[in-house]
Design a protein. Sequence first.
Length: 174
Amino acid sequence: MKRISLSFIIVSCALASHAQRIDFDKKLKELGIELYPPTKPMANYVKVVRTGNLLFFAGHGPTKADNSNITGKVGKDLTLEQGYEAAKQTGIALLSTLKAEVGDLNKVKRVVKVLGMVNCTENFTDQPKVINGFSDMMVSVFGEKGKHARSAVGMYMLPLNIAVEIEMIVEVED
């Protein structure tokens, strides 16, 4: 039986860990995603709360870097495709808050749970397709760690008439 030294194991683990590190700034740029300083909360709450290794994000809307929002009802004012883009923009807002909170996106162990709310007409039934704009982006950014449990529901109205609001729970390293 061949003996393996402890130092060999430690070096191998360190190299494997280093090899798995991703330059997320470069990856985001390749995906055409530009993060920005998170906006301030609209009322008396905080954008994210950490308990242990879990981050609970308050609902974020499709806020752009200039603090404007994508507004309107999907199925009336916006098409399914525009709703998808609104969900993607909401993902950018959430990633911006996430990066501000943890500093290094390599600390993300898993996007755990997502609640996607779509401002839509009463007969619009493709809420999951709208929220795919967010989910597809999380998988593009984080790979398998970006796959999450999810609910996608329709709402009669969202604050400020935003098209989409999304909450998420993320597990991070210590």
